[in-house]
Design a protein around this ligand. Structure first.
Ligand SMILES: CC(C)(COP(=O)(O)OP(=O)(O)OC[C@H]1O[C@@H](n2cnc3c(N)ncnc32)[C@H](O)[C@@H]1OP(=O)(O)O)[C@@H](O)C(=O)NCCC(=O)NCCS
Length: 197
């Protein structure tokens, strides 16, 4: 459970999304979201070609959240109700438990609408509240999008090469209020139980 979730947000295109924790009931949604990713997005996410999510991966990605790993997802609540739009997750590093590896994925049709930044910021708050001091990740050098997003959030590259190490200290600095930023609307858990799924 997290005090930051669930929440609703309005993206730059006016679409309303629900951001919530991912759990064992979300296998179908996760597989559907993966199907909407281009080859390149899959490559950037897994750093290798990836045709489909295996059963083992679906098990792992939908495990109930714990202090050691946490996953959140965004789904459309408008016309395309329950359409999976993106996910973000962190897994604590065993030897350095104040660091956590993170991964972030937005389906191609919904990239550049501010959703990636929003999921990253929400996940960062959850992680920081659990004592995590930095997100770390290996990022492909051609992945301009995530590098820009991380730079804007205060992250930096620690190594060179095709797959470079990145580190993003937590907590993140507050985001400047820009007119193009998506709007986040916190909703109480009670309302969420009644919200359409
Ligand atoms: C990288 C990714 C998560 C970004 O998500 P997103 O929702 O498109 O990002 P946002 O809309 O929040 O973008 C925030 C800022 O990041 C930068 N950015 C994001 N994507 C960009 C791109 N393709 N090219 C250049 N800048 C980009 C921009 O500065 C952008 O702000 P702007 O749109 O106001 O210019 C998304 O493209 C994705 O899922 N890619 C495939 C998987 C992946 O690469 N994951 C990361 C490794 S785990």
């Amino acid at each position: 459970m997290s005090e930051y979730l669930p929440q609703r947000a309005v993206l730059r295109n006016g679409e309303t999304v629900l951001i919530r924790e991912i759990g064992p009931d979300d296998r179908r949604l996760l597989a559907a979201g993966f199907d909407k990713l281009s080859k390149q997005s899959r490559y950037f996410r897994f750093l290798a070609p990836h045709k489909e999510l295996s059963n083992a991966e679906l098990d792992k990605f939908t495990e109930a959240n714990t202090d050691a790993h946490f996953a959140i997802g965004a789904a459309s609540v408008g016309v395309d109700q329950d359409m999976p739009l993106g996910t973000a997750r962190f897994v604590r590093v065993k030897d350095t438990p104040t660091d956590a590896e993170f991964a972030l994925t937005i389906i191609d049709s919904h990239q550049r609408l501010g959703l990636g930044s929003m999921l990253l910021r929400t996940l960062a708050r959850v992680a920081h509240a659990r004592g995590i001091k930095a997100f770390v990740a290996l990022i492909h050098r051609d992945n301009v999008g995530i590098q820009k997003l991380l730079e804007c959030a205060g992250g930096r590259r620690l190594s060179n090469g095709v797959e470079a190490e990145w580190r993003l200290p937590l907590p993140l600095a507050p985001q400047p209020t820009l007119s193009r930023q998506p709007t986040q609307i916190a909703i109480p858990a009670k309302a969420w139980r009644k919200a359409p799924r």
